[in-house]
Ligand binder design. Structure first.
Ligand SMILES: Nc1nc2c(c(=O)[nH]1)N[C@H]1C(S)=C(S)[C@@H](COP(=O)(O)O)O[C@H]1N2
Ligand SMILES: [Mo]
Length: 218
C-alpha cells in the first residue's frame, strides 16, 4: 500500500517535471519552416551539404560583434540585436548554387548591405568590400555590386533563424554569384582599395567575380 503510493507519487512527479522540462518553444522544423511562398516551392534547410572549410562555427550572441571598418568615415561595431533593430528587414527568394553541382532555393530574411554601407560612408578610395568570417574565410566584391543591387545579409531562412551550420548569425545572400561568395558567420565588413584582393577560394583558383553566368575557374 505504502509502496504503491510512493510509486504513484513518483509517477506523478515524473510526468509533471518530465513535461514541464520540455521547452515550450521547441517546434518541429516542418511546421515552423515555410515550404512554399507566394506559389514558389522552397528547399528545406536540411537540403544543404555541409562543406565549409573548418566545419560549423558556433557563435555566442552575447560575444558577437559585426565590425564595419577600413576605408569608411564612420566605422562601427554592431551587436546582433543592433543589426536587427537599426536596419529595415527584407525578404526574398534566392537560389544558392554551389560549384559542386547542388542548389537550394530559400526564402531569406535580412538587412540590406547598402543600408549598412550608407551609414558607414565609404571614402573616395574604397573600391572593394571584403567580408570576413569566424572561420577565417573571406570573400570580396566590387563596392558597386553591393550599392547597386539589393543584397542582404540574412538572419533567417524559410522563417527560421539561421542555425549554426547555416551561418548564424549572418550569411550573405550573394545573388547571381556562385555559392563560395555566400559567406557565412560574417564577423567583419571591410572597405578597401585593393582591387586585386582574393578571398579563400579565389586564392585557390576560383574566379574573383564569381558570376553564376560565367565559369567559376578564374
Ligand atoms: N565562412 C564560410 N562561409 C562559406 C563557406 C565556408 O567554408 N566558410 N563555404 C561557402 C560555400 S563553398 C558554399 S557552396 C556555401 C554553402 O552554404 P552551406 O554550407 O550553408 O550549405 O557557403 C559558403 N560560405
Ligand atoms: Mo560551394
Amino acid at each position: 500500500m505504502r509502496m504503491g503510493f510512493s510509486a504513484a507519487l513518483l509517477l506523478v512527479l515524473l510526468l509533471f517535471f518530465g513535461c514541464a522540462a520540455k521547452p515550450s518553444n521547441l517546434q518541429n522544423l516542418s511546421t515552423v519552416q515555410v515550404q512554399d511562398y507566394q506559389g514558389e516551392d522552397l528547399s528545406s534547410i536540411n537540403d544543404f551539404r555541409e562543406n565549409s572549410i573548418k566545419g560549423p562555427q558556433y557563435i555566442e550572441t552575447e560575444n558577437y560583434m559585426l565590425r564595419i571598418d577600413g576605408l569608411v568615415e564612420s566605422p562601427a561595431d554592431y551587436t546582433y540585436q543592433e543589426v536587427l533593430d537599426d536596419f529595415q528587414h527584407y525578404q526574398k527568394i534566392v537560389t544558392l548554387d554551389c560549384v559542386e553541382g547542388w542548389s537550394v532555393t530559400i526564402l531569406w530574411e535580412g538587412v540590406l548591405v547598402k543600408d549598412i554601407i550608407e551609414k558607414a560612408k565609404p571614402t573616395q578610395d574604397a573600391k572593394v568590400v571584403i567580408f570576413h568570417a569566424a572561420d577565417g574565410y573571406t570573400t570580396s566584391f566590387p563596392l558597386e555590386y553591393l550599392t547597386q543591387n539589393s543584397i542582404i545579409i540574412a538572419y533567417k531562412m524559410n522563417n527560421v533563424t539561421l542555425p549554426p551550420e547555416r551561418g548564424y548569425p549572418f550569411q550573405l545572400v550573394a545573388e547571381s554569384k556562385w555559392g563560395y561568395k555566400w559567406i557565412k558567420w560574417i564577423t567583419e565588413i571591410e572597405f578597401s582599395d585593393d582591387e586585386n584582393y582574393q578571398g579563400y577560394w579565389e586564392r585557390r583558383g576560383y574566379s574573383n567575380s564569381g558570376n553564376l553566368n560565367e565559369s567559376f575557374f578564374g
